[in-house]
Ligand binder design. Structure first.
Ligand code: SF4
Length: 374
């Protein structure tokens, strides 16, 4: 049972829900591309409150979930080397590779350390000049500026023992891949507000123009998500397709120019494999030629590590909005957060983990009961 009193501002939540209900004359399919938004939707039951107006489908918005299996295996190969201190954000340690994970490598004696910032890894390199220190640089446009700053800092400090295993991904090409797929069901997108704080909003204009699909830049709080949905439904009902910013308190059209400048220097756009989806053209960043000496794939000769995704996990369909987590045969049985089969169950931001954590074992459909709107 979900209550409006759980919202920060119940009166505003009610107004937004009523506006959406009064506007929508049919049920629209809306995709969010942000793990934080996915959790807000499921935790606060927005899909249940709006069951008659909106079908939420959850796109590839969790950076841990989309990091490809072969990149995890490259990380495992590097982390197992005795001369290496391997530094990673904590949520990558449990992500299963084809045979093991970083936690297991650490249990077997590998020096795998959790860091809270890429600059922590630079400090570790400074204090361990006789060891090779590798930072696992994963994530969207949001985390990439800090990784770029780590590269700049390491070079300024003449650290020759620091490198990065880079697997950064870019959101707009993934949205384009979803829209271009023959089985696309998305009528409107909620774009990830935190990505736009860095990159701005102009990158979505070609998507809106080409696919005639509304894109609404949206924050993470449940009220932010409702405001984003309100914008999207109003556009859909009036036949418009526009780029709208429903998160103006954080997002400026130009994004963060200083962050964009350092990103353009350190990284260059490349084709990137997305876990469960496959390779999406020009959807990632790798180190630019001027920074290639920091590339851990080359330094440790792991670029040729290639593996196939396990057939048992349907996370690729989940990440493209074709399958809701509770509809996966393994959900909650063979696959749980304690024993995950796929990255969307491992990561705290993953859609499968969100449904499991909030005990949402059945999808919300039209006129879903068990919602107390007051
Ligand atoms: S429930 Fe588990 S097996 Fe099914 S798609 Fe999600 S992560 Fe994969």
């Amino acid at each position: 049972m979900k209550y409006l009193t759980e919202f920060h501002d119940p009166a505003l939540a009610r107004r937004l829900l009523d506006t959406i209900a009064a506007t929508a004359r049919r049920r629209w399919t809306v995709m969010e591309v942000c793990g934080g938004q996915t959790h807000a939707i499921i935790r606060h039951g927005l899909d249940q409150f709006l069951a008659d107006q909106v079908e939420f489908i959850h796109g590839p918005g969790c950076p841990v979930c989309v990091t490809p299996l072969e990149m995890i295996d490259r990380a495992l190969a590097i982390a197992a080397r005795p001369e290496v201190i391997f530094c990673s954000f904590g949520d990558m340690l449990r992500v299963p590779g084809s045979e093991t994970d970083l936690f297991s490598v650490r249990a077997r004696g590998g020096d795998v350390r959790v860091v809270y910032s890429p600059l922590d890894a630079v400090r570790i390199a400074e204090n361990n000049r006789d060891r090779q220190v590798v930072f696992f640089a994963v994530g969207f446009e949001t985390t990439a500026p800090a990784a770029a700053m780590a590269a700049v800092t390491a070079r300024r400090r003449w650290l020759t023992n620091f490198s990065m295993l880079v697997s950064h991904v870019l959101v707009p090409p993934a949205m384009e891949a979803v829209l271009a797929a023959p089985d696309n069901r998305v009528a409107a997108f909620l774009a990830a507000g935190h990505v736009c704080t860095v990159m701005g909003t102009e990158q979505y204009e070609p998507l809106v123009a080409t696919f005639r699909t509304p894109v609404v830049v949206t924050g993470f709080e449940p009220l932010d998500v409702l405001e984003g949905v309100r914008h999207a439904v109003e556009q859909l009902e009036s036949g418009r397709a526009e780029l709208a910013n429903a998160y103006p308190r954080a997002v400026r059209p130009e994004g963060n120019p200083a962050a964009r400048m350092i990103l353009a220097d350190v990284f260059t756009v490349c084709d990137r494999a997305w876990r469960g989806i496959g390779t999406i053209p020009r959807s990632g960043w790798r180190l630019s030629p001027a920074w290639a000496d920091l590339d851990a794939e080359t330094r440790f000769d792991v670029a040729d590590v290639r593996v196939a995704e396990p057939a048992a996990c349907h996370s690729g369909e989940v990440l493209r909005g074709l399958l809701r987590p509770p509809d996966c045969p393994a959900f909650g049985t063979a696959c749980t957060p304690r024993r995950p089969l796929g990255a969307t169950m491992v990561s705290a931001e993953g859609a499968c983990a969100a449904y499991f954590q909030y005990r949402r074992l059945a999808p919300a459909g039209p006129s879903t009961p068990a919602v107390d709107r007051d």
